[in-house]
Ligand binder design. Structure first.
Ligand SMILES: *[C@@H]1O[C@H](CO)[C@@H](O)[C@H](O)[C@H]1NC(C)=O
Length: 347
């Protein structure tokens, strides 16, 4: 059951990456609008399902599956330890930090936060994003459970309902994102504001803002908002939600929305890997004259209940950095083999 939970964790994370990730708007900036699932190769997927089905599910009856679903999708999954990063190590252990730059830079922290926009036109069009790499390196189990979750949602809401639900989450994420951007850029004292009395923000995001307000009180020295980070050597990029101090510690911060409580880091699926990937890119990006060792994942709730803040220590970040390097290697290998197999046709 433990293994199952881990798999599910990973799957739901991959889902939340597309469906409820606040940065979902980044996807819009790419060339065409895609369904979050369009990147899943359906041919490959069907054989994967068969193999997973035959090895894992064949002995189960609909009743045990139902029970399992209830167990999985029921209230909180009480896994207290974070998902262990993979045991296998990456082929090349690229450094997470750039040793030449000091972590605590003398550079003043005042001034407006950086906001480097993603410019796909300038040779960046072939640099894959962190979310894309994570999406395309899901394990067979992750894909299987992702599809199963989708089927369950469709069974509950209908095709149209599910589509609408996904779009709503996407829109809410975007709205909240811009609200947070506004709040953090203006640097306005959040403390004295009552979120329920901030009519300038759309009603859909007020609950989330209320949920997140106690976290914002501990956020200071904002250095980057919605800013592109790129790892020159490893050739990937991403857009960090925020770089700021949380309780005095400089962090890469990722805002997430969630329908369900995620009180433990282990409930956040691939998010820690994503945060480590962003931090590693920032540390290697000459646009940023400082290093970030820590991470923070904030899970906000629509009903306004207090958001959960999951801190990632520099030790944990290093572990997740290794996991990231593995995923990146896998992505690069896949892409290389795909490119070589399609090359002859192009000639
Ligand atoms: C970026 O990473 C590569 C290898 O991982 C390293 O050789 C290079 O020095 C790094 N550059 C910076 C500016 O951190």
């Amino acid at each position: 059951m433990f293994a199952l939970k881990r798999v599910l964790s990973a799957v739901l994370q991959s889902t939340s990456l597309c469906v409820s990730h606040f940065s979902a708007c980044h996807c819009l900036k790419t060339s065409r609008k895609r369904s979050p699932y369009s990147s899943v190769d359906s041919e490959r997927y069907s054989s994967l399902v068969k193999s997973v089905m035959s090895s894992r599910v064949s002995s189960q009856t609909p009743e045990t599956l139902q029970a399992e679903d209830d167990h999985i999708y029921g209230p909180v999954v009480k896994a207290q330890t974070p998902t262990r990063p993979e045991v296998r190590g990456p082929k090349t252990l690229h450094p997470f930090l750039n040793c030449e730059e000091t972590v605590e830079t003398e550079e003043p922290e005042s001034g407006p936060p950086a906001r480097i926009s993603l410019n796909r036109g300038q040779g960046r069009s072939f640099v894959p994003s962190v979310t894309r790499i994570l999406q395309q390196t899901l394990s067979p189990e992750q894909i299987f459970y992702l599809e199963r979750w989708k089927r369950r949602m469709i069974a509950e809401l209908g095709e149209e309902g599910f589509k609408e639900h996904s779009q709503n989450l996407f829109r809410q994420g975007k709205l909240l994102h811009s609200a947070l951007e506004d709040i953090l850029t203006s640097g306005a004292a959040w403390k004295n504001r009552d979120p329920s009395e901030t009519p300038e923000y759309p009603p859909e995001v007020r609950g989330y803002l209320e949920s997140i307000s106690h976290i914002l009180e501990d956020v200071s020295a904002v250095r980057a908002i919605e800013s592109t980070v790129q790892h020159a050597t490893l050739n990937y990029l991403g857009i960090v939600d925020c770089v700021a101090r949380y309780r005095g510690v400089l962090c890469v911060i990722d805002w997430k929305t969630s329908d369900k409580p995620k009180p433990f880091l282990s409930n956040t699926y691939d998010n820690p890997v994503q945060v480590a990937a962003y931090a590693g890119a920032l540390n290697n990006d000459s646009n940023y004259k400082y290093q970030v060792e820590n991470g923070l994942i904030v899970v906000a709730y629509k009903d306004g209940s207090p958001a959960h803040a999951h801190q990632l220590s520099s030790e944990l970040m290093s572990e997740y950095w290794k996991t990231w390097l593995l995923r990146l290697e896998e992505f690069t290998e896949k892409r290389a083999s795909h490119a070589s197999s399609t090359l002859p046709e192009k000639r």
